[in-house]
Design a protein around this ligand. Structure first.
Ligand code: TRP
Length: 476
């Protein structure tokens, strides 16, 4: 059997895992969710959840992956036959998340091109349209949306075809530091704009969104908990086997606990930095009635910011949207890798050669169809039928395909996957299985006592609350 080639260095692994975690969820989801869910209060709840759920599940996923040396489905199968189907939930989630992730990534590529157009006063710039006009035109231009979505799918596919060391690790080792640098440049510009302080208040003053009239009523505790929890799972790429997959390629010498801490901290830090880059500028230059929530923040409000910045606007626009494209690609490759690893490993088991390229292409074709559907729908702009549309009062399900796929994956499958994984570790195979994998080569899971209590009781309980809150939010 051919050797299974993994990450060449711990730095490469870290960049790839942080790359997976840092994505649209950080740059666009986190800032506005924090704002409308109570600013600083949300942040505190998020941090507690990241420590008591995120870190615990992260260590679990990395350890299970490395222990078995296999992808999502096979890992569960080796450890406990009963839980094999949880791995399959992960594969389904990967397809669903990719469907909308690639279409949003495609929109970001479009905005890079658009800002280049503005820089050179070319025909493919804003053409006198404001943010709303630009975004509306893109949503109803189905051909253009689909083309950009497919470009994003192809870029993801090419990197994954290169394999873990040759494709993913190489791309992330260069891409992530570049992203960090570009983010700093944008933050410096954003916080020095006149009026930026409103954005900082939105982020850090509890209840500011309410008192400033951005939201109508204060969210209750369960809503904030489930918003923060759902955001945390998505942002850390947990609950669907992505970290199991990356863990399976990690060298036995490396320290799992330390890596998990670094991934959780880096992801949270970049989410906060993204808030500093996005919100102050939106308040300062986003125009009257600027939207702070949903896709409009990224594609309407921020484009207005760049258009209002004067001559340097397009330059910052290019840097910003390029940074988002980078963040999105380093995440989408981890999603595609979950699928590809599963099939490549399956073949190896049967003694067949490595067909990574073939599987990358087949999976990408399937994803391309789903992504095209989301693009054609244009966030519900084009009157395309959506399942459950007729069920009155079910929020999200009657909006658009993006929300539909998002609700199923982020809203249900991922918290459910993470909950089941905790139950398996806590009650079926035992936390010692995780500990023994962390404690090889002189490394140590120093927080084993806390780990055991969390994985058995605290984390599952919090996850039930999150899952309940998410499901409730579909209806109210
Ligand atoms: N974490 C990414 C983000 O914040 C999205 C992502 C990548 C993801 N891989 C994942 C989410 C795996 C869940 C599971 O945008």
């Amino acid at each position: 059997m051919e050797e299974r080639k993994g990450f060449a260095s711990n730095f490469g692994f870290l960049m790839s895992a942080i790359g997976s975690a840092v994505g649209l969820g950080n740059i666009w989801g986190f800032p506005f969710k924090m704002g409308i869910s109570g600013g600083f209060t949300f942040l505190i709840i998020y941090l507690i959840l990241a420590a008591l759920c995120g870190f615990i599940v992260m260590v679990g996923e990395l350890a299970l992956g490395r222990k078995t040396g296999k992808g999502a489905v096979a890992s569960y199968q080796v450890l406990s036959k009963k839980f094999k189907w949880v791995g399959w939930l992960g594969i389904v989630s990967a397809f669903l998340i990719m469907s909308f992730y690639c279409s949003l990534g495609g929109y970001c590529i479009k905005y890079v091109v658009l800002n280049f157009g503005n820089l050179f006063h070319a025909g493919f710039g804003s053409n006198g349209l404001d943010g709303n006009g630009i975004f509306g035109a893109l949503m109803t231009n189905q051909t253009e949306s689909v083309i950009y979505g497919l470009i994003f799918v192809v870029l993801t596919m090419i990197i994954v075809m290169g394999g873990i060391g040759g494709g993913i690790e190489k791309f992330c080792t260069i891409g992530m530091p570049a992203l960090f640098f570009m983010l700093i440049v944008v933050i410096i510009r954003a916080v020095t704009l006149p009026g930026a302080v409103e954005g900082l208040k939105f982020m850090f003053v509890p209840g500011y969104a309410l008192s400033a009239g951005i939201i109508e009523k204060a969210p209750n505790f369960l809503t904030v908990l489930s918003t923060a929890g759902g955001q945390m799972f998505f942002s850390l790429s947990l609950g669907m086997g992505a970290m199991i997959t990356y863990g399976s390629y990690l060298d036995k010498k490396q320290n799992i606990q330390k890596n998990a801490i670094m991934i959780v901290c880096a992801d949270t830090m970049i989410a906060l930095m993204a808030g500093l880059a996005v919100l102050p500028a939106s308040f300062a230059l986003g125009g009257a009635g600027a939207s702070m929530a949903g896709p409009k923040l990224l594609f309407v409000t921020l484009q207005n910011v760049f258009d209002n910045m004067g001559a340097v606007g397009p330059v910052f626009g290019i840097i910003f949207y390029l940074l988002v494209v980078l963040a999105a690609i380093t995440s989408s490759i981890s999603l595609l890798e979950v699928i590809v690893t599963h099939f490549v490993d399956g073949d190896k088991e049967k003694g067949k050669p490595d067909h990574r390229k073939k599987y990358s292409i087949i999976a990408s074709i399937l994803i391309a169809f789903l992504c095209a559907l989301v693009c054609l729908d244009g966030l519900g702009s084009n009157g395309i039928w959506v399942p459950f549309q007729s069920i009155v009062g079910v929020r999200g399900f009657n909006d658009c395909w993006l929300d539909f796929f998002d609700m199923i994956s982020e809203g249900v499958l991922m918290p459910l996957g993470a909950l089941l994984m905790c139950l398996m570790i806590g009650w079926e195979i035992g936390p010692k299985t995780v500990e023994s994998e962390c404690n090889i080569e002189g490394n140590k899971l120093t927080c084993m006592g806390l780990y055991t209590v969390c994985v058995k009781f605290i984390t599952p309980l919090l996850m039930l609350l999150i899952l309940g809150g998410q499901i409730k939010s579909f209806f109210f």
